[in-house]
Design a protein around this ligand. Sequence first.
Ligand code: 13P
Length: 279
Amino acid sequence: MKTLKKIFEDAMKNKYAIGQFNFSSLEQLQGIVMAGEKTNTPLICGTSSGESDFFGMEEAVACVKIMRERSGVPIFLNLDHGKNVEKIKKAVDLGYDMVHFDGSKMSLQESIEKAKEVVSYAKEKNVIVEGEISEIKGSSTFSDKAIEKSDLKDIEEVVDFIKESGIDCIALDVGSIHGVYRDNPEIKPERVSELLEKISCFVVLHGGSGILDEDVRKVISSGVVKVNINTELRFAWKKAIEGKMKKDPTEIVPYKILPLARDAVCKKVIEKITLFKGK
Ligand code: 13P
């Protein structure tokens, strides 16, 4: 199987992106993997702090391993927005393929120190490290409120962070925000090109839900190699279950309800994979 690093290099060269799709239940994960199988596309499954606490990190590693072996498609697992170094190390030990160290609430110096510690621990096991210093706000839910504007970090500061810490990937703030709001965010793809002119790094787009397709394509053309999606998958999952419960209020059998949620997630992931490939 190709390594995740090789896949990112290929994506960078050929201007496409790999999707990271978050999950916290088995049928969501089944839907994500099914989409990878149907399109024969590598993908990353993600668990945030809350998602990994609910699903279990060991369970996530075991399920992804079984599904990867069975499907034959390169499927990877990332610990999303890890803020605690001990938890990140645990994910590395358990077999996550990638870890995201989120130091966006720390000072630059503290963030560099902690990211270095994560990098030296993860490198021993060939685990990819993503870093973040310019906070990507919001949470992965729907809201009818106006979008919160982000304070974009100076690119030079981001460059210093990448250089000093030795991370492989950077969650760069380009104006996106986690979740879906009343309006679409104003995306600044030029920040990706500006960064890549100064330093070589794999750039990640967070808050991939609720962004106009054309803006997603623009950031990918500028060099983004990973796009994270969560809210739109959660919404597809909920809508499918709600629809079934409305249509058939007496149904109580999980294996008759949940396949609809799995299929709705799969459909949404295929839509995103097609967008990220640009074909
Ligand atoms: P969305 O919930 O906006 O899709 O963002 C997901 C994400 O960035 C996970 O890190």
